[in-house]
Structures are given as C-alpha cells and as structure tokens.
Design a protein around this ligand. Sequence first.
Ligand code: MN
Length: 234
Amino acid sequence: MTRPLIGLVPLVDIGRQSLWMLPAYMDALERSGGAPVMLPLTSDAGVLERVVSACDGLLITGGQDVNPALYGRDRGLCGELCDGRDGMETPLFELALKRDIPVLGICRGMQFINVALGGTLYRDIPTEHPTPLCHRQSAPYDRPSHEVAIEAGSPLDALFGVRKLGVNSCHHQAVERLSDRLRAAARADDGLIEAFYMPSARFVLGVQWHPELSFAADECSRRIFAEFVGAAAR
Ligand code: MN
C-alpha cells in the first residue's frame, strides 16, 4: 500500500519568527502508515489549493488560541494568538471539505474546526467554565489527567470499544457552543466536549487531548491515528 501523504499545519514560534514541528505528530503518523509533511504557513489560495490537492489527509495541530474575533467576541482572557494560523486554516479547512479528504484536529486544531463551522469557544476554562478537573496538566504528558465518556453510536464508540477513557489534557480553552454541523463524540465529567466528528464528511475528527503524546502508552491513541491514516489511504 502506498503511504498516504498527510499535511501538517506548522507550529509557529512567534518570538523566534520560526516554523517548527513536534516529532510526536510526525512519528505517530509514520508509525501508523502515513507519510507526513509539514506545510508552509500561507493563506495564498493558489498555494493552498496546490498543497491540498497533493495531500490525502490533513492534521491541524495544537497551537495558539483561535482569535475570538472569528466568532464575534473580544479577546477576553485569551492567551497568545496567531494570525498566520487563523489566516491559513480558514481556507485550508474549506479546501479539505471541498475535496472531502480526512481531517484530524488536535487541541487547537479541534477548536479551530468548531469555530470554522460556526461554533464558539470558552476563551478561558477557569473563568468561563469553572471545573474541578485538571485540563492543564504538567509533564509527563503521556499520562491521563481526566476521564472522558464516549458517546454511544459515535465513531469513537466503534473505534475504542470502551465507554470510559483516561486522556491527557493540556488546554485552557474548549468548545462552548458546538457547531450544528458537528456531533459530540466524547465529554469530560464536567460537561466539556473533548471530541467531535462531522457526520456529513467522510472523516473529520476533533480531539481535545493529545493522542500523539500518548501514542506509545495508549492503544486508543494509536487507533485514532490508524483510523485517520487508513481513511486517508482510501
Ligand atoms: Mn481536557
């Protein structure tokens, strides 16, 4: 089988004016049968069209907060923003939907997909959705921080075969209003949506946790990547 080409949205270090990548994303894709490639940071329609036409799947990585202006709010208690990623992911995701290629959104990537489809975010969980759960754990990041309940009948229900799953957690924002084009696939005990999917797409999955960091430690993390790469190969 030819390895499907998976484009990754680059990580952006604004202070160092640098694009970079965490090897965990690429290793997880490689070990799952994919051929990962980091994309350029651009909002140029012609470049993105060419890039998306070459890719069999897209991974929207973690990163800075999504600008709340995209869902009509002020900055509030947002952390660092990244205009480059907001400006790139908007047309990139649109092109991916048009071609109906598989998209996996992790952490910020998941939050961005919800915003792109008309949903909103809690800009700061501690102030906008106070919770006893620890959504912002410290290292080691391959260890679970809280549990999630898998929604019956969702793709993750079929994929995992378990209804409760311990996940790592490294986010201070979360889905507030879920886009009506998405369905929840997992929730934390405090009600936060920790995974969703898009029923009208072939494969659009968002996870709030970091399966790339628990890839070696957790079978369900490996299954997420296997399912994503397998969908991209078809
Ligand atoms: Mn969490």
